[in-house]
Design a protein around this ligand. Structure first.
Ligand code: FPP
Length: 266
């Protein structure tokens, strides 16, 4: 396969990209960024040093995804559980890091025509962080390229609970619950991700084989790619390697393999 390599890819990225089929890129990639703590521990550094190093991985991954024209990228930055189970000092550090990232990154997001969105219970985040988030979203709202969604204070189960609540509220305002129609489309339309197609590919770093309460509804048919690379070491080239692996898989959506139409039922 020989095709034009998009501008801006480095040598290693271009090498992997040349073996991809540009017609079959995933439309939406979701990433569980994991391993910051382990990265720091291996270097005898405090955990927060791993989070700080994770920002470079975010930057590289976002830019590469935009350069190869992935329509949507969603990053699991902060789970609802992170609030309850991590020391306050670490949570405060992550909030400051996010604020600084947003301030520093808006010009680059604009240069790459990336539109920023969020999913999660944003109203529970510190007010100054919410303000910065709103500013960054508005500053990138006119961009027509990749949609970058940050999952912040996110929990898939809470999202599903919120979707049911939103459906009930809508029904009450539209003639009562007897008019409520609940089907898959209705649920999807009330999720935080209603602006996005379901992810085709979910990447998890640092080798763990879990979904950790991330996009449980939306990942129903996604291909899962787990890499042992720790998040702070992850770069655009690793994203391209994940896409190469994705393109080797045959997606069946519960159907049969191509050419297996005479398979016997179990
Ligand atoms: C998981 O590593 C990572 C997080 C909980 C936070 C993710 C944050 C970043 C990548 C930094 C900045 C992000 C943005 C969007 C600015 P862990 O601490 O659970 O690692 P461990 O499992 O090795 O302990």
């Amino acid at each position: 396969m020989q095709h034009k390599v998009p501008a801006g890819l480095d040598h290693k990225e271009a090498e992997v990209y040349r073996h991809l089929d540009p017609q079959k890129l995933p439309k939406h990639i979701a990433i569980i960024m994991d391993g910051n703590g382990r990265w720091a521990k291996r270097r005898h550094m405090p955990r927060v040093a791993g989070h700080r190093a994770g920002v470079a991985a975010v930057r590289s991954t976002v830019e590469t995804a935009a350069r190869i024209h992935i329509p949507a990228l969603t990053l699991y930055a902060f789970s609802e559980e992170n609030w309850k189970k991590r020391p306050k000092s670490e949570v405060d550090f992550l909030m400051r890091l996010l604020s600084r990232y947003l301030k520093a990154e808006v010009p680059t997001l604009n240069q790459n025509s990336i539109r920023l969105q969020y999913i999660g219970r944003q109203h529970e985040l510190p007010p100054d962080v919410q303000e910065r988030m709103a500013w960054a979203r508005e500053s990138t709202a006119a961009n027509a390229g990749m949609v970058l969604t940050l999952a912040l204070n996110y929990s898939a189960r809470s999202e599903i609970v919120d979707a049911f609540r939103a459906m009930l509220t809508a029904a009450e305002q539209n003639g009562g619950v007897e008019h409520l129609r609940v089907d898959e489309d209705a649920v999807s339309r009330h999720l935080y991700t209603r602006h996005l197609p379901d992810p085709d590919l979910v990447v998890r770093t640092s080798g763990e084989m879990r979904l950790s309460n991330f996009l449980l509804w939306q990942l129903a048919y996604a291909e899962i790619y787990v890499t042992s690379t720790l998040w702070p070491d992850f770069r655009g080239v690793h994203l391209l390697e994940g896409i190469a692996e994705y393109q080797k898989r045959e997606r069946r959506y519960g159907g049969l393999n191509h050419g297996d139409t005479h398979a016997q039922p179990l």
